[in-house]
Design a protein around this ligand. Sequence first.
Ligand code: SAM
Length: 232
Amino acid sequence: LFVDTPLAAGRTLPLPPPAGHYLTRVMRLREGDGVRLFDDRTGEWRAVIAAVGKREVVVRAEALLKPRETVPDLWLCAAPLKAGRIDWLAEKACELGVARLVPTVTRRTVVGNLKLDRLRAHMVEAAEQCERTALPELAEPVSLATLLEGWPEDRKLIFCDEEGGEPIAQALPGIAAPAAILIGPEGGFDDAERAAVRALPQCVRVSLGPRILRADTAAAAAISVWQAMSGD
Ligand code: SAM
């Protein structure tokens, strides 16, 4: 379980109500039972349930099981999508090991549904599920133009372009981290945006195959190929 408090041996802390409810009502754990916690700072800890009260469950950290992992420095820059689909995308990006999710606003992006708190909750749940000890960073939404303006010199931009590019499996072997995958919105990039992305010296335009994938599918496919090829 994720706790938003730095852990240390012997430290006791109350769990947020949903986590306490999950442990005692769903998992049926009792005082003295063991749990595993991670804090996104130090790593994963063995802990015990120290007290079960009416209002809160208190846990005590006992020993560090594994230090916080280092994930490959891969960003996912993706245009916000409809609520259910961007939630799915955030969950899969976390499971597949992305270090940072950057909601990237394009001309055809509908941003009304973007709720960062909800996205973060999905990433926390995914991290718990896949036993990741480092949460992906969730960046503030940024316009594509601003993103490109401040693009770091040493970071390759893997531009997934449904209009064609080098097959991703051929392009990736030459691209080491730090890198980023760029995925467009449901309506795709417009011509000016496509030209601006292509003009970036760090841009590598890739294709994910002959079919036009949904944006969330395209993101998961690109990260999966990256992960399979980098081994991380
Ligand atoms: N209308 C669909 C939707 O609702 O998601 C498809 C949107 S597709 C235009 C969204 C983005 O997915 C594109 O901008 C591109 O980044 C990526 N994409 C989809 N298919 C792709 C492909 N075959 N190769 C490379 N990128 C692709």
